[in-house]
Write a protein that binds this ligand. Structure first.
Ligand code: FAD
Length: 412
């Protein structure tokens, strides 16, 4: 442990949330070490998260503001330059044999959210960190254990060239650990042995599968780029989010049992798309391509997590999906995780002192973490609940304003 006021802050997980947290800590002058299970995302040989090429995300003001407040010259411009504005939803359907699109703007004042490539955003954050002299990266390091009373952690060095990838164990000391290691967080697992943590986890009965819509033959977007496109199916949906290369990253959200039915009868897949998502095939994705993508791309689960507290003493805090993984239907999982970072460091700043005495620094941080848990737990739980609610909105209620009005009247 540092004997002077210089703090050794260890961040576990170099996803978007861990990377932003490392930036905030480094800007405060801490000695920052980032430990990441996988290799460097910027290295093409690294297997991406979820084994998919990349997820396209909706980036909103919540996330943008958190990057703005990092006060890193050039960061926000570099991120926003790689985004596409989405001014609203475009709902696709078929009426009396004719395809139609219905535009629903997000905001009467013209405000919008942006489509961003999660991998690209993550790389921009890593590039910023690389420039900071007080930041060290430890890729291919998996957290395997932690003692939050003695502030010791153990990592297994991973060797990607070995079949089981297992390597030697390293032991490190730290002053402060930030766990941003995602929904299946090891930091959270070890934190539970120290804090009296309440924990709730749910897998919803829906899986997701990614699809890719290529540009048109003349190199343009096949459908208007400035929208989040939705094909509502009632109990399921297909969506498409624009990418800078004029493709769309699309996602099929479907109940587990319906996936199983299609898996058992692949010849029905194209027909299923034609009758439920009119205009997708063959217009946007050829029938062969659609089938191939359905069969080759993984069908992945969706988890929702609520827990409290998020911290223990002055030693550790969990952020992002590690603290509150949520279903993706409100487009706020990563945004809320980035906001965690801003809120956390606001409290750390508020309770920090100019003292170089480690005990005083620890006491200030303990107070900050306590306040953080107190404020952030109900806020994160609320976004989590809204995310569940918005699945009904996206897959069904968007279809008909009349339906929505009737439902609202019934509920009154
Ligand atoms: P992660 O991105 O999961 O990163 C965690 C990191 O920790 C990983 O790099 C992992 O390798 C590393 N790690 C794990 N275990 C260890 C260990 N033991 N030791 C060391 N490192 C470890 N959010 C939005 O805001 N908008 C959207 O539109 C949106 N759409 C989504 C669509 C889908 C289909 C899905 C699945 C999610 C979506 N999300 C969206 C949610 C978003 O992807 C997550 O909230 C976000 O990626 C969480 O970031 P994170 O940094 O907390 O965790």
């Amino acid at each position: 442990m540092a004997s002077t006021g210089q703090q050794r802050t260890v961040v576990v997980g170099a996803g978007p949330v861990g990377s932003l947290a490392a930036l905030y800590a480094a800007r405060r002058g801490d000695d920052v070490e980032i430990y990441e299970l996988r290799g460097d995302l910027r290295d093409p040989s690294t297997t991406p998260l979820n084994f998919t090429k990349s997820i396209n995300l909706a980036l909103s003001e919540r996330g943008i503001n958190s990057m703005r407040k990092a006060n890193c010259p050039g960061l926000l411009d570099a991120v926003l330059d790689e985004t596409i504005p989405m001014h609203g939803r475009m709902i696709h359907g078929e009426r009396q044999g004719k395809l139609f699109q219905d535009v629903q703007l997000y905001d009467v004042h013209g405000r919008f959210q942006r489509a961003v490539d999660r991998g690209g955003l993550n790389k921009t954050l890593l590039d910023q960190l690389e420039k900071m002299p007080n930041v060290k990266f430890f890729f291919n390091h998996k957290l395997t254990g932690a003692d939050f009373k003695k502030n010791i952690a153990w990592f297994e060095k991973r060797d990607p060239s070995k079949a089981d990838k297992r390597g030697a164990e390293v032991e490190i000391n730290f002053d402060f650990m930030i766990g941003a290691d995602g929904a299946h967080s090891s930091v959270r697992y070890h934190l539970m042995k120290y804090a009296r943590m309440s924990y709730q986890q749910e897998y919803i009965d829906t899986l997701w599968c990614e699809f890719h819509i290529a540009p048109s033959e003349d190199g343009n977007f096949k459908i208007p780029p400035n929208y989040l496109h939705i094909w509502p199916g009632g109990e399921f949906m297909f969506i498409a989010i624009p990418s800078l290369d004029r493709t769309f990253t699309s996602t099929l959200f479907l109940p587990n049992t319906r996936f199983a039915e299609l898996d058992a009868n692949p010849s029905s897949i194209v027909e299923f798309f034609k009758s439920n998502f009119p205009g997708v095939t063959p217009d946007l994705i050829s029938e062969e391509d659609l089938l191939q993508q359905y069969l080759e791309n993984p069908h992945l689960p969706l988890i929702s997590i609520k827990c409290a507290p998020y911290h223990y003493g002055s030693s550790v805090v969990i952020l992002g999906d590690a603290a509150h993984a949520m279903v993706p239907f409100y487009g706020q999982g990563m945004n809320a995780g980035l906001e965690d970072v801003r809120v956390l460091f606001d409290f750390i700043e508020k309770y920090s002192s100019t003292s170089q005495d480690s005990d005083i620094i620890r006491a200030g941080r303990a107070r900050a973490l306590e306040e953080y848990t107190k404020q952030r737990t109900p806020d994160a739980a609320a976004v989590n609940d809204l995310a569940f609610r918005n699945y009904q909105e996206m897959r069904s209620d968007v279809r008909s304003p009349v339906y929505r009005l009737r439902k609202w009247t019934e509920e009154k």
